[in-house]
Design a protein around this ligand. Structure first.
Ligand code: CAA
Length: 389
């Protein structure tokens, strides 16, 4: 039975910072950000645009057009995030209510830095294989925060990708055999008391590349990476240069024609990510959407490799095959319009939004709606509880 991604969509805040403005403000040559890091803009969320709101907004698009009977087949909702809103209650339960999903289902949140989206997708695929007729909704949603003036500042971003996983998927059928690797490292982490991530920047790049090399070698020895078969290779994209380094590490190992093809497709796969920045758990899947919507040369039955990396660290190299008619399930015009309609922030507006915070004393805080046109937003907190519209 084929199992995989049947529907996919993304959501990102309606404001961004141009990285040329950031470079000028930080006294850096803009080409360091545009070429050295490989990013152009980063999405900036307001307080109302937390991971629940962004995740529900992405999922709303995925559910569009589904009948109540079809929705009732969703037996599992997973929110994968590094930026959860509670230590105990799963953010997925807020999303569950906002989406008005059936009560008879499992609703959970999972964490392993940027890898959690892939953990969610693979768990969902196993769930669908084990439960005939059932579907699963996987949401990867994150706000990447490193702090004003920090080394990681240019690699911030925010957004969510939602995926419906089902049998006989319309977009990407997932192969059951993948290569996974776990290894405890301290390359990037966020202590419970901190709203900003800690990163050993260069070390994190090194671990990313080491783990990619290891899963690639293993996949090759298992005969999974016959590159002639591989029409595209996607990477976790904390910033596009990181994925490019991963791809470049293959240059001397694969035939030039294959390397050229994978490089051409890589350029299409980073179009959206360059505009919104790091989405942690969702970055790989935003790259998938970007590839499918921006590349006109892919065809049904093309095989795609996906490299997922989450600091801490877990890596997985897995594969999927494009399904006929996958184009009909995409929303290129809608996604491009969403990006084009965003408001460009000045540096002072960005720094002011970045410094906003929620009260922590239990008092009431009414939260200004950052995007009244979006279906969902955090509207208030009171008595330490969160309320959404
Ligand atoms: N023109 C063109 N390129 C320039 C330039 C210029 N004027 N000036 C500098 N550059 C290039 C540098 O040569 C360098 O290129 P290479 O990486 O190819 O050598 C690049 O710009 C970056 O410059 P630096 O080496 O000076 O790096 P930095 O000190 O600014 O730090 C960073 C970069 C480590 C990525 C930092 O932004 C960071 O810590 N980011 C957060 C951590 C992160 O994203 N790690 C990725 C792996 S971990 C992961 O993937 C999980 C996750 O999502 C967090």
């Amino acid at each position: 039975m084929k199992v995989g991604i049947d529907r996919i969509a993304f959501s990102t805040p309606n404001r961004y910072l141009d990285l040329v403005d950031l470079a000028h403000a930080r006294g850096v040559d803009p080409n360091k950000y545009l070429i050295g890091i490989g990013q152009s803009k980063m999405a900036v969320p307001t307080l109302s645009q937390d991971i629940v709101a962004m995740g529900a907004n992405a999922a709303q698009e995925v559910l569009k057009g589904l009948s109540d009977d079809e929705k009732s087949l969703i037996g599992l909702l997973i929110v994968a995030t590094e930026s959860g809103v509670d230590q105990s209650k799963a953010s997925a339960l807020f999303v569950h209510e906002l989406l008005n999903l059936t009560a008879s289902m499992r609703t959970i949140e999972i964490k392993e830095a940027c890898y959690a989206g892939t953990a969610g997708l693979q768990l969902a695929a196993d769930f669908v294989r084990a439960h005939a007729g059932a579907k699963a909704l996987v949401i990867a949603a994150d706000i990447a925060r490193y702090g004003l003036g920090s080394g990681g500042e240019v690699t911030q971003g925010a957004g969510a990708v939602a995926m419906m996983v089902s049998a006989n998927p319309h977009i990407l059928s997932l192969e059951e055999h993948s290569v996974v690797l776990s290894r405890s490292t301290d390359d990037f982490w966020r202590p419970n008391y901190s709203t900003e991530a800690c990163a050993k920047g260069k070390y994190s790049e090194q671990v990313y590349l080491e783990m990619f090399a290891q899963v690639w070698r293993e996949a090759k020895s298992l005969g999974l990476t016959s590159v002639g078969d591989l029409q595209a290779l996607l990477f976790h994209i904390p910033f596009s240069k990181m994925g490019r380094k991963g791809l470049r590490s293959l240059e001397s190992m694969i035939p030039p024609a294959d390397y050229e093809r994978l490089t051409a497709r890589f350029e299409k796969a980073i179009v959206y990510g360059r505009e919104v920045g790091n989405l942690y758990t969702a970055s790989l899947y935003l790259s998938l959407i970007s590839l499918l919507e921006q590349d006109d040369s892919l065809r049904a039955n093309d095989r795609i490799g996906l490299f997922s990396y989450g600091s801490g660290s877990v890596a997985e190299l897995f594969f999927g095959t494009l399904q006929s008619g996958y184009n009909d399930r995409l929303n290129r015009a809608g996604h491009e319009a969403m990006l084009a309609a965003r408001q460009r922030l000045s540096m002072s507006e960005y720094e002011s939004i970045f410094s906003d915070s929620l009260v922590v004393d239990g008092s009431r805080q009414d939260i200004e709606d950052g995007d009244p046109a979006a279906p969902h937003a955090l509207s208030r907190i009171e008595g330490h509880e969160r309320f959404y519209r």
